[in-house]
Ligand binder design. Structure first.
Ligand SMILES: NC(=O)c1ccc[n+]([C@@H]2O[C@H](COP(=O)([O-])OP(=O)(O)OC[C@H]3O[C@@H](n4cnc5c(N)ncnc54)[C@H](OP(=O)(O)O)[C@@H]3O)[C@@H](O)[C@H]2O)c1
Length: 241
């Protein structure tokens, strides 16, 4: 179902590339106002300019490292200043780094946790008062099938995505009676910069960013009474093992 996002504002963390970028493109195409963000100021400026070119919605860029709580607060305040409020927060920024416990440095663990878990906490806590004031809104957390299936080398990544699933469900219960819906989307492999070397032309079997964008847009089209709170999506035909 096509949805019109005119008059709606979304903040998408990690939206210069990959899944976040595809979601931003779909929202701007649907007339929404979207705050583009990542750690890399040059990429934020370039993506924002490209999206404003595409329209008909609007984009506004605010660089933000989600590991930094103060920067996350400024991201949300900047969105409210630019567009007058916030309706949708997509906690998408995330890293996948893989190492076995016997080889893992503390810095490696910290980076993974601070990006994939702390970042969601910082941005959500900053956004929630604005959403509560409106009495409606949606927080969409991009989890992973790695939030349900552990694998060797996944100690840190699995911890973040299992944690994110629990955090999302608890937030959903905290916020549902305020009119705020909270959803965890759990993708399998998506052809993005998440993997070394970036998107691979021969990886057509993987999900593509636009598949996740479609899922987010379909989700937003549900009537206020309905809350798909946990969604798994995977490639239909991965290579046979
Ligand atoms: N690709 C997959 O197979 C897959 C599967 C399941 C779940 N996911 C999840 O999907 C989400 C998006 O991943 P993706 O595949 O789209 O990866 P991607 O193509 O590498 O894009 C990641 C985005 O996040 C930004 N980012 C990274 N660290 C950040 C930080 N500390 N603060 C703010 N922005 C940051 C990146 O920009 P900068 O580096 O410039 O900051 C980039 O814009 C992640 O949460 C990931 O765990 C991915």
């Amino acid at each position: 179902m096509a949805i019109d996002l005119s008059g709606k504002t979304a903040v998408i963390t990690g939206s210069t590339k990959g899944i976040g970028r595809s979601v931003a493109e779909a929202m701007v195409a649907a007339g929404g106002s979207v705050v583009i963000s990542s750690r890399t100021a040059g990429d934020v400026a370039a993506a924002t300019a490209e999206l404003n070119e595409q329209g008909p919605g609007r984009a506004h860029g605010i660089p933000c490292d989600v590991r930094d709580g103060e920067a996350c607060a400024q991201l949300i305040e900047g969105a409210v200043e630019a567009f007058g409020g916030i309706d949708i927060l997509v906690n998408n920024a995330g890293l996948g780094r893989f190492a076995k416990i016997q080889e893992m440095e503390t810095e490696f663990w910290d980076t993974q946790i601070r990006t994939n878990l702390d970042g969601v906490f910082h941005c959500s806590r900053a956004a929630v008062p604005h959403l509560i004031r409106k009495g409606e809104g949606w927080i969409i957390n991009i989890g992973s099938l790695a939030g349900r299936n552990a694998f060797s080398g996944g100690v840190a990544y699995n911890a973040t995505k299992f944690g994110l699933l629990g955090m999302t469900e608890a937030m959903m219960l905290d916020l549902r009676h305020e009119g705020i819906r909270v959803t965890c989307i759990m993708p399998g492999s998506v052809n993005t910069h998440f993997f070394e070397g970036g998107p691979h032309p021969e990886h057509e079997w993987k999900l593509q960013g636009e598949d996740l964008a479609r899922l987010v847009m379909d989700l937003l089209a549900f009537p206020p009474r309905a809350l798909p709170s946990k969604i798994e999506i995977r490639p239909s035909q991965p290579p046979r093992k």
